[in-house]
Ligand binder design. Structure first.
Ligand code: NAD
Ligand code: LMR
Length: 340
């Protein structure tokens, strides 16, 4: 397809042609928080994905309208809306992929960690339901702070006896999307062919774009340029929060990023080879129990957590600097789940 060719940096992508939508297996995707700023455009994008046969749209309220609206689109997915606790089980039952953008977004002046007190409880209750109604589903976590909500989910699943570390993902795709856009602008290369890995976590300095590995490589960028690109990527979320001036955080670019990542998960489940995306997963590539890096996706979720590759001195420094903050956020999530 054009998209896979584009995402392979212009390679032919011929191995993907065998997997046309005609032969795509039945796949159910559930979106939790689907009436929200991210949830609505994400519902639209998943309705447009030919790999989806069933789309469950869940929120505490407002989903009948979103579902009725999206359901009129003449694409493959059968859409159903679910509202409120009592319908959560039905929304989740049989899901292959659960996408979670439920929870409050930032306002100017807040950090993602300031969302912890509200979102930790939301994520915990949703993950408890997942362990009951679709324990085998791939879970892609968008709710912030991702550095803590993913560890919370892992603990909830462990307690329930359903944890499969290969099937839990923190969505960091928006960091990659931003890094690609900003790099293409600075390096003056067509954005469609750009690739930039982003590792670490998803908050401030824990977001570490590896511009030394960006392709196509650029010889024109100074150290100052790389530093500015790194900072802009790390502060991309805040740039949007400030521009929206109290009306929330990134929703449209996030829906795009969430749809890209869910599509990669579906392709992996369907056995499409060589699906690689960056994501915040259980990891042993550093001493931290969770870390974002490139991962290869397959029929069971994570097939392989790929290493960091060669880092520049600036990136090595950034890696050491981010570890204490990321470690603390992970531990905060684990502690919350164990104590509550
Ligand atoms: P929003 O307030 O517009 O929407 C959130 C939705 O979640 C609302 O519709 C709300 O009713 C729903 N919700 C709350 N509790 C729920 C529950 N228990 N079950 C189901 N739904 C519930 O917010 P938004 O802009 O869509 O952002 C959602 C989250 O995504 C925030 O935490 C935000 O920080 C995060 N986010 C993450 C990234 C990322 O890169 N990972 C990017 C952008 C936003
Ligand atoms: C983002 O990166 O846009 C999200 O994490 C939302 C935020 O609070 O910045």
């Amino acid at each position: 397809s054009l998209e896979s060719a584009v995402r392979r940096g212009g390679a032919s992508g011929s191995s993907c042609r065998r997997f046309s939508s005609n032969s795509a297996p039945e796949r159910k995707v559930a979106i939790l928080g689907a009436a929200g700023g991210i949830g609505q455009p994400l519902s639209l994008l998943m309705k447009l994905n030919p790999l989806v046969s069933s789309l469950a749209i869940y929120d505490i309220a407002g989903t009948p309208g979103v579902a009725a609206d999206v359901s009129h689109i003449n694409t493959r997915a059968e859409v159903a809306g679910y509202a409120g606790d009592e319908q959560l089980g039905k929304a989740l039952e049989g899901s292959d992929v659960v996408i979670i953008p439920a929870g409050v977004p930032r306002k100017p002046g807040m950090t993602r960690d300031d969302l912890f007190n509200i979102n930790a409880g939301i994520v915990k209750s949703l993950c408890t339901a997942i362990s009951k109604y679709c324990p085998n589903a791939v879970v892609t976590m968008i709710s912030n702070p991702v550095n803590s909500t993913v560890p919370i989910a892992s603990e909830v699943f462990k307690k329930a006896g359903t944890y499969d570390e290969r099937k839990l993902f923190g969505v960091t795709t928006l960091d990659v999307v931003r890094a690609k856009t900003f790099y293409a602008g600075k390096a003056k290369v067509p954005v469609a062919g750009v690739n930039v890995p982003v590792v670490g976590g998803h908050a401030g300095i824990t977001i570490l774009p590896l511009f030394s590995q960006a392709t196509p490589a650029s010889n024109d960028l100074s150290d100052e340029d790389i530093e500015a690109l790194t900072k802009r990527t790390q502060d991309g979320g805040t740039e949007v929060v400030e521009a929206k001036a109290g009306k929330g955080s990134a929703t449209l670019s996030m829906a795009y990023a969430g749809a890209i990542f869910a599509d990669a998960c579906l392709k992996g489940l369907n056995g499409v080879p060589d699906i690689v995306e960056c994501s915040f997963v259980q990891s042993s590539i550093t001493e931290l129990p969770f870390f974002a890096s490139k991962v290869r996706l397959g029929k069971n979720g994570v097939e392989e957590v790929l290493g960091l590759g060669p880092l520049s001195d600036y990136e090595k420094e950034g890696l050491e600097k981010l570890k204490p903050e990321l470690k603390a956020s992970i531990e905060k999530g684990i502690k919350f789940a164990q104590d509550n």
